[in-house]
Design a binder for this molecule. Structure first.
Ligand SMILES: [Zn+2]
Length: 440
């Protein structure tokens, strides 16, 4: 039995701050987190938690730090690690010019595994412990990813891309092979350790109605698996869907008619949706991934967070690497704030850190295991360094309350703020050590 007591300032969320401002979070400036065998036993004020600590339990002190649940990235593409920052295109041209050529290499397990290892190292050094992840069309890409995630004990959700039209022949499957390959991967990976499978059509333009129907069949045959795709990211894409599916009422309908909506269905972007689409997402329990750095980078548009809130659709944050420009959820929060500013809305830092933790867990239907420090939750947590840079330390010294501290942290923070990342109660990343290793 391994147990440790972590001492330091501690913050976690109990609900969406938009719904219940006061009771939505718990903050302890002198806090403690008791972890045993990878699970949270207790979290709260240090003097209260200490009464529950067995004699001889090792104590880890975290000075000038804030402990939070590990960040959750609800939409990201691991195979696009090598094309982050590709210049000059909007969505459809960007896919053709940069994404498809790089994804072609992932039929080779060794290549896929090497990229998966680099990708997971980036997640950890940015404070992320769980993600919903695109593979490529190749089953090998998923095997490599889950092998790499299992080696690090990470809770990850991923799947093979389904794509049978409007893409280069070298990246296309067909409805039958997509069904067969996905099925094999589900049987091999879903529920194995901390892995979960997501049926992953890239988006409606690259899947025929027959292929979307095959995706629906998988969801019916394997309750508990996920559906992960893109929707309404770019105006040209939305018009294209209208041409490709002339009989549907709107974009969401192309997925709805295939049986793809449900509590474990996550749609990335959701920028240009009608009220009818928001209503249908809410009534079927679908979640939305808000990917602000990506939406700005590709010039796609501004995610209407207030609409999602008005209709009661759960939202998480996505980095959407490689259209997104940072692995850091802190920088993603910073971009999310600016995207809301451009719409005349002021995103509260309480809300944005909720989105990065418990909100993400809710979108992924993982609230029972992740998202905060309630007893019994899996002990994935991040130690944020409040003195990571001279500017941050100086600016934070002028903050008068938690609200200001969080806002400054997300405005000035990045991967340098991730002092440590702990997975199932074990140290998985240590920034200081990485620095020493790099300079050795
Ligand atoms: Zn994406």
């Amino acid at each position: 039995m391994t147990s440790r007591l972590h001492r330091g300032a501690l913050l976690h969320f109990l609900d969406d701050p938009t719904k219940t401002a006061e009771d939505s979070y718990a903050y302890f400036s002198n806090g403690a987190l008791l972890v045993e065998d990878g699970k949270v036993i207790a979290a709260g004020a240090a003097d209260e938690v200490q009464t529950q600590v067995p004699l001889g339990t090792p104590v880890v002190e975290h000075a000038d730090a804030l402990l939070m649940p590990g960040f959750i990235d609800t939409h990201v593409h691991y195979p696009q690690l090598d094309i982050v920052g590709a210049h000059g295109e909007q969505l459809l041209e960007w896919l053709e010019r940069y994404v498809f050529p790089t994804e072609a290499k992932f039929g080779d397990y060794a290549h896929a595994r090497a990229v998966a290892d680099r990708f997971l190292a980036e997640l950890l050094r940015n404070g992320t412990t769980t993600a919903l992840v695109f593979g490529t069309v190749h089953p090998e890409s998923v095997d490599a990813f889950f092998d790499a995630a299992a080696e690090r004990n990470l809770r990850m959700i991923a799947g093979k891309v389904m794509m049978d039209r409007n893409a280069p022949a070298y990246l296309c499957d067909d409805p039958e092979s997509a069904y067969r390959d996905s099925r094999r991967l589900i049987e091999r990976w879903h529920g194995k350790g901390r892995a979960s499978y997501a049926v992953t059509p890239r988006f409606a333009p690259t899947s025929s109605p027959a292929q979307l129907a095959a995706a629906g069949r998988l969801l019916r045959e394997f309750p508990g698996i996920y559906l992960h795709t893109h929707m309404s990211e770019n105006i040209s894409e939305v018009s294209w869907v209208r041409e490709l599916f002339p009989h549907v009422d709107h974009y969401l309908h192309s997925y709805d008619e295939a049986g793809l909506l449900g509590r474990r269905s996550v749609f990335a972007h959701c920028i240009h949706l009608s009220e009818e689409e928001w209503e249908r997402m809410a009534s079927t329990g679908c979640g939305a991934a808000f990917c602000p750095t990506s939406n700005l980078f590709l010039g796609s548009g501004l995610f209407p967070l207030r609409e999602a809130e008005r209709f009661g659709v759960e939202v998480g944050l996505g980095t959407d690497i490689g259209a997104g420009t940072s692995f850091s959820l802190l920088q993603t929060i910073d971009a999310a704030y600016k995207v809301q500013q451009l719409q005349g809305a002021s995103l509260s830092p309480l809300k944005s850190f909720y989105l990065a933790t418990l909100g993400g867990a809710r979108v992924l239907d993982l609230e029972d295991s992740l998202g905060n420090f309630l007893p019994g939750k899996e002990a994935d947590f991040v130690v944020l360094d409040l003195a990571a840079t001279p500017l941050l330390a100086n600016r934070l010294s002028h903050c008068e309350n938690l609200f200001e501290t969080l806002f400054v942290l997300s405005t000035l923070g990045d991967d340098r703020c991730i002092r440590e990342n702990w997975v199932l109660g074990e140290l998985a990343h240590e920034r200081h050590k990485e620095f020493v290793d790099l300079s050795a």
